[in-house]
Design a protein around this ligand. Sequence first.
Ligand code: MG
Length: 319
Amino acid sequence: MTITVPPVHRRPGLPDRVTIWEVGPRDGLQNEAAAVPVAVKAELVERLVGAGLAVVEVTSFVHPSWVPQLADAEDLYGALSHTIAESPGVRFPALVANLAGLERAQSCGVTDVCVFASATESFARRNLNRSRDDALCMFAPVVAEATGAGMGVRAYVSMCFGDPWEGTVDEDDVVAVCERLLEMGCDELSLGDTIGVATSGQVTDLLDALGRRGIGTDRLAVHFHDTYGQALANTLVSLEAGVTTVDSSAGGIGGCPFAGSATGNLATEDLCWALAGAGVETGVDLGSLVATSTWMAAQLGRPSPSKVVQALAGDEERP
Ligand code: MG
């Protein structure tokens, strides 16, 4: 008999409830080679909301030549208009890179946006085509405009733990970038381990360093990649340190763009299994989520890298 729900053993030190910030439709699909039709993207978002996810990052309003996979942002929000109207309390954020992107998002009725900063100089130059400071300057008017319009603003901080061109990242650099983003008015910072190299002690060291500068875990989310198999361990120590918002991708979709391996984002199912077993509420129905990721894997033409999806999806075929 397959165990489809983990036995619950409450772990002291973990929060009662965690908000999962589902990044699959945006961060996942932007790293997939396959072009996904807008109807499939809309169905993915709808099914994720149906599975109980309260935040589903939908897409990016960036120039189509940067991320051709997400060039259909307007069409996708159009296709989701009923779902959004009928889902009070669910957030449907989008990534924006500049004021033009923010305007596009606003014209689609988007209420929460994200900007994408880098803790390192090399990644800023390669991903944003400008220096780290210039990139921050580019975001300042976007954040001001969005907060002025009453929108929620999250900032992703990528390469917080390691950088493929610079190696280990200096904690002080991460702290400085985080301070700048909060000064600009961002509500929340998502600390990204973009190449998945962090280990648990490094994570608590960075959270401690941020705390010493007055940046509490109430302003922080964590975004781990499973490239080296550390994403869940790093997430759990972050929760023990007080973080209550975690980014993950349904089915673990989205390969790591800089590591040449199939594993990228922490899979939402793997996160949900661990949290359910620890008695931490997420509001997510694991069975619905696994069914969604199994369906999405068929759309993408490759199996989900999520261990929990693999364990549960073939359930009916086993004795
Ligand atoms: Mg990611």
